[in-house]
Design a protein around this ligand. Structure first.
Ligand SMILES: Cc1cc2nc3c(=O)[nH]c(=O)nc-3n(C[C@H](O)[C@H](O)[C@H](O)COP(=O)(O)O)c2cc1C
Length: 190
């Protein structure tokens, strides 16, 4: 059975390179016969995490995100690197989603027991590789098995232009990476 894969970028920006990378990943995965869900975080209103807010009730868009995320046992994140680490947007969303919510079906979880691949892109040479260490650590702490092969694509403006074609070498690298990850995702039946 081929599992449906959730794909999400850790950026809200309209012309985000990471969104672009996520969308190319979606295209390639669908070519390979996978069902996918592309999640655009800018379509949700997620406040900065505040425990007082949580005590008043989980915001409705957080619940929507949790419901969507919990329906997928496999996910891929394209995360921008901010100051050598995870983007604040992504960390905030992960923090909210990690909270218990009575609106979720019993036993449902966003991260625990899931399989994930993580990647990044940035206009810089290293492509956001340093941030991925932190993304991996956070997701692992939450119980996701993060597959090996973190990949960072440098020089984003040249290889992943928002209004142009993806560079062919990047396309090939991305396809191989997705093949590797989906192969592992198929072998693990979680
Ligand atoms: C606050 C801030 C910190 C950043 N830190 C880094 C960094 O550590 N490494 C890096 O490669 N790019 C860094 N950048 C540049 C981002 O990689 C660039 O803005 C990128 O386009 C963001 O991802 P997006 O296009 O998906 O929105 C930083 C940008 C901002 C606004």
């Amino acid at each position: 059975m081929k599992h449906s894969i959730l794909i999400c970028a850790g950026s809200l920006r309209k012309d985000s390179y990471n969104k672009n990378l996520a969308k190319h990943s979606q295209r390639i995965l669908e070519d390979m016969g996978y069902q996918t869900t592309y999640l655009d975080l800018s379509e949700y209103t997620i406040p900065l995490y505040n425990q007082d807010l949580e005590q008043d009730g989980i915001p409705s868009d957080v619940t929507k995100l949790q419901l969507l995320w919990s329906q997928h046992s496999r996910y891929i994140i394209a995360s921008p690197e901010y100051n050598g680490s995870i983007s604040g947007v992504l960390k905030n969303v992960i923090d909210w989603m990690s909270r218990p919510n009575p609106a979720l079906p019993q036993g449902a979880s966003c991260f625990k027991g899931k399989l994930a691949g993580i990647m990044a892109t940035s206009p810089g040479r290293l492509g956001g590789l340093r941030g991925l260490r932190h993304v991996r650590e956070i997701l692992s702490t939450l119980g996701t098995i993060v597959l090996p092969g973190d990949r960072a694509f440098g020089s984003a403006s040249q290889i992943l232009p928002v209004d142009g074609d993806i560079d062919p070498v990047t396309e090939e690298t991305l396809r191989n990476l997705l093949l590797e990850w989906t192969d592992s995702m198929q072998k693990w039946y979680l």
